[in-house]
Ligand binder design. Structure first.
Ligand code: LFR
Length: 473
């Protein structure tokens, strides 16, 4: 084993980055060599992603990564948000991929549930109900009739880079069409939903090598780079990067979403878990991510976007500091209310929530931000409690990774409301999980997830928040 240079291409719902890492048995150094926005586009057909723009930025990022590693890149791998897909025919993309926040999925939900009950679906795929799970989107997509292939977003970028079409299994588990017991496509379910079997292709696992860059791509990047499969669902990679020391820990992967749960060896398919919307997503090395989706920083960021749409400039760090000073007592609102899912005027919807219940609504921006932070922390605490109760896994410490881990008030309030210590960091857990799995694939690291996490603990700083107290780094 020796030190490797690896690129993580990490595409989030509001921005993407290419992170260059140097990874070896005692080393884990990261540097973001490219950051770019990921702005959805509204067309008459609905809310869409812009995958061409993402791909263009991925190439520029890879070029920057190659330029910054004179001894060559030992690998690159893509991860992104889950569930969304492109349909293809003859290798060409058909239409523009939809954003999971597009409102078109309700008819798909009705169509799917008319054929297979939610209870049966849960036994088969283990997934929490989210109206945008791929199977509901597909049931509402007329292009499935003419398509001969489907690629999830990270697999689409990987296919453009390498010319190889594959479906990485952690992300495939978010389609709702993977058998939770076997990790294979559920042929029977696909048939009963009248979806064409030809759409669902070869499954690969995190750690597999997909292939070299296409010659034309290598020319644009300025270097040849082997492309790997990693936990291509960003949350799967993020959980690899959580520095958990033992099983008695919960994690909160907090970016656009707050994914709150525990890691398990086996799926839990109880009716209580289904009712509480706990999911069994497939993790790296066959582990199970038993978690629930909490609304996340979306509430804050979409509020800021709404103010900016009105032509203002918003200084979020200053606003967060003012929010900390708010002395009025805070009534928490239900961040899980479905009205917050769609893009738009989130602040007005929050005010409505309070008014409808006869509570005094937040009257200033700092007050609104304070309500968001406290309400998120309360939802995190409730989800941690549920994860423990539903899985039987004792939780003694709560890890927060991702963008939310640098939000001090959110971390402190989460410690207070869970009554447990919060260990915050690393902020780039997703990119870390991506490169750790690549490092193992190329032989720069060896061992199971516990050993990979030990390297994260050894090299990445964390901040500890104690309930009712303060923080230490
Ligand atoms: C987080 C995430 C969640 C998934 C949501 C939609 O970025 O991947 O895990 O539920 O986005 O894809």
């Amino acid at each position: 084993t020796s030190v490797s240079s690896l690129a993580a291409i990490d595409l989030g719902a509001s921005s993407g980055r290419v992170v260059l890492a140097r990874v070896g048995p005692d080393e884990l150094d990261l540097e973001a060599v490219a950051r770019f926005p990921n702005d959805p586009v509204t067309l008459p057909s609905g809310l869409h992603w812009n995958p061409l723009e993402l791909y263009r930025n991925v190439l520029l990022g890879l070029r920057a990564a190659a330029a910054a590693s004179p001894d060559g890149l030992h690998g690159a791998a893509v991860d992104s948000w889950a569930v969304d897909y492109a349909l293809l025919r003859g290798g060409r993309m058909l239409g523009v991929p939809f954003h999971y926040r597009d409102a078109r999925t309700q008819v798909g939900v009705d169509r799917v549930h008319a054929r297979v009950s939610p209870e049966e679906l849960y036994q088969r795929n283990g997934l929490q109900f989210l109206p945008f799970n791929t199977l509901y989107q597909l049931a509402a997509d007329p292009l499935t009739d003419v398509a001969d292939g489907l690629l999830l977003i990270p697999d689409l970028i990987t296919a453009w880079l390498t010319g190889r079409s594959t479906t990485e299994r952690t992300n495939a588990s978010t389609t709702g069409l993977l058998d939770v017991a076997t990790g294979r496509w559920d042929e029977d379910l696909i048939g009963r939903l009248a979806l064409p079997r030809r759409l669902f292709g070869e499954l690969v696992d995190a750690g597999d090598t997909v292939g070299p860059l296409l010659p034309g791509v290598a020319a644009q990047v300025g270097s040849d780079v082997p492309v790997h499969a990693v936990g291509s669902h960003d949350t799967a990679s993020a959980v690899v990067g959580v520095p958990m020391e033992s099983a008695d820990a919960a994690y909160i992967s907090c970016g656009t979403w707050g994914l709150v749960g525990v890691e398990l060896e086996h799926a839990v398919l109880t009716e209580a878990g289904r009712a509480a919307r706990f999911t069994n997503e497939r993790g790296v090395d066959g582990r199970v991510r038993y978690l629930t989706n909490v609304m996340g920083l979306w509430l804050l960021n979409e509020s800021v976007r709404e103010w900016e749409r009105a032509g203002e400039r918003v200084d979020l760090p200053a606003l967060l500091r003012q929010a900390d000073q708010v002395s009025a007592s805070v009534v928490v609102f239900d961040v899980q209310d479905e009205r917050f899912l769609a893009p738009g005027d989130v602040p007005a919807r929050i005010v409505d929530w309070y008014v409808e219940r006869g509570h005094r609504p937040p009257e200033s921006r700092p007050e609104l931000v304070r309500c968001i932070v406290e309400s998120l922390a309360q939802a995190f605490a409730d989800a941690v409690e549920q994860a423990q109760r539903l899985s039987g896994q004792q939780v003694r410490v709560v890890h927060v990774v991702g963008g939310g881990s640098v939000n001090r008030s959110l971390c402190q309030s989460t410690a207070d409301r869970t009554g447990r210590p919060v260990l915050a960091g690393p902020v780039e857990a997703t990119a870390i999980g991506n490169v750790l799995v690549q490092a193992r694939a190329v032989g720069a690291l060896a061992g199971d997830l516990d050993m990979l996490r030990a390297l994260v603990r050894q090299t990445q700083p964390t901040t500890r928040y104690l309930p009712g107290k303060g923080s230490t780094t």
